[in-house]
Design a protein. Structure first.
Ligand code: A2P
Length: 339
């Protein structure tokens, strides 16, 4: 007889992604037994709402994972580096939303629509990595097209919302916007420059070759998830949007996929919704994607400068499909097939 429920710990439960994880567990009726909500000392006395009750948040400690079975981590790489191995040792399977373990060869990096079979490799270290938000929405689309034609090269420019940088960055965008309209001093703390009414071509730290770590993550993670080397170049930009990452994507293919075929392939793909009706001004928007599960694709058109080129506009809720939803989809497959 299948096990009825699973003890789940959420690390970073007071954060933007952690809170979404808790609400998606409820929404998708994940069979949660004992729910443990963990955060830092800052959250002592705070509650998080789940299934009609307020749950008191606990301070994360080395022994927090005793009796837990699944641990969803979203409290930053440093927390994962220290506590994810402790959680695994205590008997949990960790699904880690940070960049900490993503490129480790024996840790699977999973997007359920693309490489669900890799979840089996959880056994190696009892850790499964959840990819970067902007990578997830890209690979689901590339994977669908790649079934029809090989990909020669991809050029991506991202327009990433502030929620991807956490609660502090969201608050900063709000406060700066209010400060500008009330002629007050503008404080810059969470992001490298003012984000209100601005765009920052700078997400995460700069690497010696001039790319940012965010750009590097997308380039490296894409090939790991797809299981083939995908030549990809990226410019990642933070924009003053609260929820929803957008991507302008140029794909050069080895053989032709017409615009009509691309639309059909994407319409049939699991997890994707095509919104592509320019005559009626319909195309994906972050404000429409916010709070939604699918990856939205539109502005599908031919790139006439190369033999087999396509241009796409891809938008998804970075906190949901880009983070919390993807992690819980992994957990669902884990309990259905492997635990
Ligand atoms: P807290 O709210 O107590 O600081 P966001 O990405 O939205 O900023 O959220 C980060 C999440 O990670 C929050 O829940 C935060 O808890 C948690 N967190 C950050 N640092 C630690 C830490 N050292 N130990 C436990 N939780 C942490």
């Amino acid at each position: 007889m299948p096990k009825k429920s699973w003890n789940v710990a959420v690390v970073g439960a007071t954060g933007a992604v952690g809170q979404e994880m808790v609400s998606i567990l409820e929404e998708r009726k994940f069979p949660v037994g004992n729910l443990k909500l963990l955060a830092s000392e800052n959250s002592v006395g705070k509650y998080v709402f789940f299934e009609g009750h307020d749950f008191l948040v606990d301070v994360l400690k080395e022994d927090s994972f005793k009796d837990q079975e699944i641990a969803l981590f979203s409290a930053g790489s440093e927390v994962s580096r220290k506590y994810a191995p402790l959680a695994a040792k205590a008997g949990c399977v960790v699904i880690d939303n940070t960049a900490c373990f993503r490129m480790e060869p024996d840790i699977p990096l999973v997007v359920p629509e693309v490489n669900p079979e890799k979840i089996a490799e959880y056994e190696n270290k009892k850790i499964i990595a959840n990819p970067n938000c902007s990578t997830i929405q890209l690979v689901v689309v590339l994977n669908a097209l790649m079934k029809r034609a090989k990909i020669k090269r991809v050029v991506v420019s991202t327009y990433q919302s502030v929620s991807g940088a956490g609660s502090a960055a969201m608050e900063e965008l709000s406060k700066q916007t209010v400060a500008i309209f009330s002629n007050k001093d503008i404080e810059v703390e969470a992001l490298p420059h003012r984000i209100a009414f601005n765009c920052l071509p700078h997400i995460d730290v700069f690497l010696p070759d001039g790319y940012t770590k965010e750009e590097w993550k997308m380039m490296e993670e894409t090939s790991k998830i797809m299981g083939v080397s995908v030549p990809l170049t990226v410019t990642a930009v933070r924009v003053p949007v609260f929820y929803g990452h957008s991507e302008s994507v140029n794909i050069e293919l080895e053989s032709a996929i017409t615009v009509a075929e691309a639309r059909e392939i994407l319409r049939d793909a699991v997890g994707i919704k095509v919104v592509d009706d320019p005559k009626n001004n319909l195309y994906p928007l972050p404000i429409s994607a916010a709070g939604e599960d699918p990856i939205f694709v539109g502005r599908i058109r031919e790139d006439k400068t190369v033999p087999h080129g396509l241009n796409l506009w891809i938008v998804a809720d970075n906190i949901r499909k880009g983070a919390a939803l993807n992690a819980i989809q992994i957990a669902e497959i884990l309990i259905q097939k492997y635990l």
